[in-house]
Design a protein around this ligand. Structure first.
Ligand SMILES: O=C[C@H](O)COP(=O)(O)O
Length: 241
């Protein structure tokens, strides 16, 4: 039985005050949440400390949105695995398309970050997915196979989550059809040596489509952007049927 994981990615949203306000409302919504799912909040670095304290004793796990491959060093603007684990971070998003697009992240640096995350005791969430242009050019399959082949060199598949995020579905409201997401996630699974790696779908996941997404047999969870910022909508998502 593969683990189900619902993760919120707050991206560059929420001050500490806003994060506290969110939690006050959100944590009350988890009383009836079934035990079969892991809930993760991947938040800006500045929110990690306050969330670490507020989430203590709750069932919500803490995640970051990046990690460098070195333990320490002259890498302005980066953060290391030990810095994250020291304050209770368990998960880290790696290779998000926004990192690939705006911060020159490559499959090679993704691979370095994945291995470092595992070395320092974090569970990486590796993001893969195609652009609209690549989908239209029928390159979805080859692109994803290449991202996995390069990204997963020497990566331990026993401590890994993958998120399929078609770029054209991110923040657009243009969700990938759940049957198509299921198909691509099946393709991703066929490239793995460990059949138990949880594979999420991400891209305009909302309260009104989560049930259909999670009903697909290959989909083990969701990586949620915009809808994770509002306590009621994220609560509805984690309480999917
Ligand atoms: O990491 C999350 C994804 O980029 C999805 O974002 P979205 O739910 O706002 O489309």
């Amino acid at each position: 039985m593969r683990k189900k994981v619902i993760a919120g990615n707050w991206k560059m949203y929420k001050t500490q005050a806003e994060a506290s306000e969110f939690l006050q409302k959100f944590l009350h919504s988890l009383e009836e949440t079934p035990d079969d799912r892991e809930i993760v909040l991947c938040v800006p670095f500045t929110d990690l400390g306050i969330l670490s304290k507020s989430l203590h004793g709750s069932r919500v796990q803490l995640g970051a949105q990046n990690v460098h491959w070195e333990e320490q060093g002259a890498y302005t603007g980066e953060i290391s695995g030990p810095m994250l684990t020291e304050i209770g971070v368990r998960y880290v998003i790696i290779g998000h398309s926004e990192r690939r697009q705006y911060f020159n992240e490559t499959d090679e640096t993704v691979n370095l970050r994945l291995k470092a995350a595992q070395l320092y005791g974090l569970t990486p969430i590796l993001c893969v997915g195609e652009s609209k242009q690549q989908r239209d050019a029928l390159e979805t399959e080859s692109l994803i196979i290449s991202q996995l082949a390069k990204g997963l060199v020497d990566v331990d598949q026993n401590n890994l989550i993958i998120a399929y995020e078609p770029i054209w579905a991110i923040g657009t409201g243009d969700t990938c059809e759940s049957i198509e997401a299921n198909r691509v996630i099946g393709l991703i699974r066929s490239q793995l040596t460990n059949a138990n790696v949880p594979i999420q779908y991400g891209g305009s996941v909302k309260a009104n489509n989560i049930d259909e997404i999670m009903a697909q047999p290959e989909i083990d969870g969701a990586l949620v952007g915009g809808a994770s910022l509002e306590p009621d909508s994220f609560a509805r998502i984690v309480n999917y049927q």
